[in-house]
Design a binder for this molecule. Structure first.
Ligand code: SF4
Length: 372
């Protein structure tokens, strides 16, 4: 079939995509500069269907944020608070375990655990938290800690990143969620998050985790002060890491939510950019198996459309989301399993419940089995 694109500059990219070739830095820039979203979607959908057919993954998970107290003051953040802030909170170990149990009513397969950089909680405290969760919920996968938290825990414990990851793994961490990557470019990080690790350090931490047999996801925060070159550079650095380790499972593009941050003057991203970002991610990251349309961030409606523009995953039930909601997200804090099934089916896609590592899950209402 002869495909006609409105933007003829995308034609050479289509030829590469059809041949299964790798896209270059310049291809990435050309795609960001094009407004031909249907052409981008067509190409991204080709890749998506080549990899996954019509299958669309989701999971039944619960987010747990043990504390919002944070020693850093990233300008991008509406979540982290100082310990003296009366609105800040820190859960006790018992509260973490109890919170985890509340999500259990739907037989969650994953706890997604991230939080602030607390000046007093020690690596031992986190290890106790993890082993307590494993003891109470042995079949639930623990996807825990951004690379930033791992770096901070290693600093506080005065041990290497490798040793920190080994301790966390021994205590129960099964994989890492991939947060804190933001945009790797130093110029941008100096403005949006100069208190956290560098892009190079994020990549090095992920590399070490992969070497230890821990898979991770990866992310990119877009829609603030970064430019198109910074985005392409970020995607290519992730692609290079994946060539080396093969440890990245899913890429999650995260739109910047400015409300209640020090960058609140920046307008929110548009649905057009959100969809375009999904398509370009699918096309540039040829070696990362999954692209997630994170409904909390995109809204369920836009995430549903993204399933035709390169995304093969819509995330999970979540149960209680704090980080994006502190930054003004107006989406619900949770969806039921049935809501996700409906969203996916109404997009003409075939839903498949997965565990964190994309193994199919079969279930009754209160129990599940991971098919291995
Ligand atoms: S982005 Fe993370 S490290 Fe930065 S202030 Fe917020 S919680 Fe702390």
């Amino acid at each position: 079939m002869q495909v006609v694109f409105e933007d003829s500059r995308l034609k050479p990219i289509l030829e590469k995509v059809e041949a299964g070739g790798r896209l270059s830095y310049d291809d990435g820039i050309a795609m960001y500069r094009s407004a031909d979203i249907l052409a981008l979607g067509y190409m991204a959908n080709l890749v998506r269907e080549r990899l996954h057919g019509s299958i669309t993954y989701f999971n039944v998970n619960r987010h747990i944020n043990p504390t919002d107290v944070c020693v850093a003051s990233c300008r991008l953040c509406a979540f982290g608070k100082k310990a003296r802030d009366p609105k800040s909170y820190t859960m006790s170990l018992e509260q973490v375990w109890e919170t985890a149990g509340i999500g259990w009513s739907e037989a969650v397969t994953e706890f997604h655990i991230v939080g602030g950089l607390h000046p007093e909680l020690t690596l031992d405290w986190y290890c106790q938290m993890l082993s307590g969760l494993k003891e109470r919920f042995p079949q639930v996968h623990l996807k825990a800690f951004t690379m930033v938290e791992v770096g901070y825990l290693s600093q506080r414990a005065k041990i290497s990143i490798r040793e920190t990851l080994e301790r966390l793994k021994d205590a129960g961490v099964d994989s890492l969620p991939g947060g804190g990557a933001e945009i790797f470019c130093d110029r941008v990080r100096r403005v949006i998050c100069d208190h956290k690790l560098t892009g190079q350090e994020w990549l090095e931490t992920a590399r070490t985790a992969h070497q230890l047999g821990l898979h991770s996801n990866c992310t990119m925060l877009y829609g603030h002060i970064e430019n198109e070159e910074d985005r392409v550079d970020h995607l290519i650095k992730l692609r290079e890491l994946q060539d080396e380790t093969g440890g990245l499972v899913t890429f999650i593009p995260l739109a910047f939510h400015p409300d209640n941050t020090a960058l609140s003057h920046i307008p929110k991203t548009t649905g057009f950019l959100d969809i375009k970002q999904i398509a370009i991610s699918r096309l540039m990251l040829d070696n990362i198996p999954h692209i997630k349309a994170y409904w909390i961030m995109m809204t369920p409606s836009v995430a549903q459309i993204a399933l035709r523009f390169g995304a093969d995953d819509i995330d999970g039930t979540v149960v209680e989301e704090k980080i994006y909601h502190d930054a003004g997200a107006t989406t619900s804090q949770s969806l039921r399993r049935g809501d996700l099934l409906r969203l996916i089916r109404k997009a003409g896609r075939e839903p498949l419940e997965r565990d964190t590592l994309y193994r199919p899950v079969t279930r009754t209402e209160s129990t599940f089995t991971v098919l291995v």
